[in-house]
Design a protein around this ligand. Structure first.
Ligand SMILES: [Zn+2]
Length: 628
């Protein structure tokens, strides 16, 4: 049994608690091989800048690692939605940051990048990587990243800074190196670092301008300082650097302009966003009337009702998406005649913009990664950034929260791995289990099963044997590895998260125990009938209900109205977001029950299955209990 300890506070897991005094010294000893991950974003770096600019440090990183022809952002390819997809593996409708500017029915203020309301955790769903890391006992730090200032699920990075665009770039690098120089138990395993210069130059001067290449070259110099600093700290052999951007940039032209006021009176609309994704909420007219006024009026503007937005964009299922959305063709701007006249009068060039359909290569961003476990000198085709979270979790040896990405998409980036093939990587995951102290992960697919042990440092892949049926479960026996899976509730000792299966692995003369299966299975299936809300028993019908479907949606009755929302499994349990209800009036006591129910429901961050199969949804200061 390993005696290494990976908890930053020096505390060990339950297995060691009884022996704490005896092993305390060993637990405080640093783990010499614990991986470090630096995630660096060069905002707005279009994929082709790397070949055009003078960037020797990025080229050197690519030569000793993996680089992609492009990193395909989610829709809309804008800074906040895209950065938050990078660290959650969720598409914007599932993580909740569907745009840089948003309104939510029932929230008093709109979400904008500059306003304090953006710090309200109710906007931020899912589980960003720094929360995954902290919940699994790691130290994490953020030298800026969208969301890093917000207590998401009550958790922030261990070290973080309030965003300040004027904070000098060289000081950002210096701060990261200071964190890495901390004593091992305080040193972060995961650090984000963010620079906006290339995005700013692209907006002001356009993607083809020399100013963009100058900014790119300056950021490349900072990357060089970062790598040199990690080397001086003797940490290069355990550090993986992943360099990304959130989107590309498209050149604008005054002649490619769509005038909203040619088709509709802008004052009759609440324009949530202008361009290149137009989001409007009619003030007086019906959605249908405004839709008819805008649809098919300009050849470079596609107009949709929210529920008709093309499925490939994954951009329908959120009440934060306005009821009418227009998407401009690449390089076009949506504005009014007055606004264009003012822009031209300013004397500025038209510059660049992003936010167009992510299938345009101009929207593709940057991906270069190098580290001890990655292949060197590999160039791979463009891939979707939604897969990055799984990749980053694999580098750190963390178990990922539920997400929209696929670990097979980046499997070939790891040295000693086979490229995903139809036989292995593309077959769906049948079963996954994890355990702690030391961290391990088992994945079973139809063709083969893989065990990652010792925080990902040891790996065993074997053909999947036919399972033997045993009382209460099944067992996989193969050379060097036995996995026993019992259908009994299992609570993860570190996160407290319930799982449907209890798993024991025998490997390398060791017995590892942990939990397996999809925790969502415990929620899905038959509908739940609510019994108590915030300590108050629901005394009389109609009882509120909850139904968790397999597509990540939760729905039911509040006692008064129907409601729907989105749920996501997290490392701690479950989070619910985008909860919205119909607006029928009811008797006052039912209205009160509804208000309380929706308030508690929207803040749920973990769940338990209690005695007798009771579902307990925990919201911190209140809970909902329900039974089938
Ligand atoms: Zn951006």
């Amino acid at each position: 049994m390993s005696s290494r300890c990976w908890r930053p506070d020096g505390a060990c897991g339950p297995w060691a608690a009884a022996l704490f005094l005896a092993v305390a010294a060993a637990c405080r000893a640093p783990d010499p091989g614990r991986p470090i991950l630096l995630l660096v974003s060069f905002d707005g770096w279009r994929a082709d800048y790397t070949a055009r600019a003078d960037v020797p440090n990025i080229r050197a990183l690519a030569e000793r690692g993996v680089s992609a022809d492009g990193l395909i952002p989610p829709f809309p390819p804008k800074t906040f939605p895209s950065h938050y997809t990078l660290v959650t593996g969720l598409r914007p409708v599932r993580h909740g940051i569907v745009s840089n500017t948003m309104v939510e029915p029932g929230f008093p203020d709109r979400f904008t990048l500059a306003a304090p309301t953006a710090l309200d955790p109710r906007w931020w769903g899912g589980e960003p990587l720094w929360v995954t890391a902290v919940r699994q006992g790691r130290v994490s730090a953020s030298m800026f990243w969208p969301g890093s200032e917000v207590p998401i699920g009550g958790v922030r990075p261990t070290y973080w800074k309030p965003y300040d665009d004027r904070f000098p770039n060289a000081d950002r690098v210096r701060q990261v190196l200071e964190w890495l120089a901390l004593p091992p138990v305080e040193r972060p395993s995961f650090i984000t670092l963010y620079f906006s210069d290339v995005d700013s130059a692209g907006h002001t001067d356009g993607p083809d301008s020399p100013e963009v290449l100058d900014a790119a070259s300056r950021l490349d110099g900072l990357l060089g300082e970062l790598v040199a600093g990690v080397g001086r700290l003797n940490l290069l052999d355990r550090t993986t650097i992943v360099l990304v951007s959130d989107h590309g940039m498209s050149q604008l032209d005054w002649d490619r302009t769509i005038f909203l006021d040619d088709y509709v009176d802008p004052s009759s609309l609440e324009v949530v966003e202008w361009s290149p994704v137009l989001g409007v909420i009619p003030r007086g007219d019906s959605v249908g009337a405004v839709y008819e006024q805008l649809k098919d009026r300009h050849p470079a503007l596609a107009v949709y009702r929210r529920e008709e937005i093309p499925a490939a964009l994954h951009y329908r299922d959120s009440p934060r998406i306005p009821p009418i959305v227009g998407i401009a063709d690449e390089g076009w701007t949506i504005t009014t005649r007055d606004r264009l006249a003012a822009a031209r009068a300013s004397g500025r060039p038209p510059g660049g913009a992003h936010g167009y359909d992510p299938s345009h290569p101009s929207m593709h961003g940057l991906f270069v990664a190098a580290g001890p476990r990655l292949v060197s000198g590999a160039r791979v085709p463009a891939f979707e950034s939604v897969h990055l979270y799984e990749f980053l979790c694999a580098i750190l040896g963390l178990r990922p929260a539920s997400n929209d990405g696929d670990p097979a998409a980046t499997r070939a980036f790891f040295a000693g791995e086979q490229a995903p093939s139809a036989a292995a990587g593309d077959t769906p995951m049948l079963f996954r289990a994890t355990g702690n102290e030391p961290g391990w992960l088992l994945e079973i697919r139809a063709a083969e099963m893989t065990l990652l042990a010792d925080y990902g440092e040891r790996r065993l892949t074997v053909p999947t044997p036919a399972p033997e049926t045993i009382p209460g479960g099944r067992r996989y026996v193969t050379q060097g590895l036995t996995a026993t899976v019992l259908d009994t509730l299992c609570v993860d000792g570190m996160s407290g998260r319930p799982n449907p299966q209890t798993v024991t692995i025998v490997f390398d003369g060791r017995e590892l125990s942990g939990c397996g299966g999809d925790p969502a299975d415990l929620l899905q299936g038959a509908a739940w009938t609510v019994e108590t809300i915030a300590g108050v028993r629901v005394a009389s019908p109609p009882y509120p209900t909850l139904w968790f479907d397999e597509g990540g949606r939760v729905s039911g009755s509040t006692s008064c109205n129907r409601f729907t929302g989105v749920y996501a499994m997290t490392g701690e349990g479950v989070s619910l977001s985008n909860v919205a209800s119909t607006r029928k009036a009811c008797l006052p006591d039912l209205m009160d029950r509804e208000r309380l129910f929706l308030d508690v429901l929207g803040r749920v961050h973990r769940f338990d299955i209690g005695p007798g199969g009771t579902l307990v949804l925990e919201a911190g200061d209140g809970r909902i209990t329900a039974r089938r």
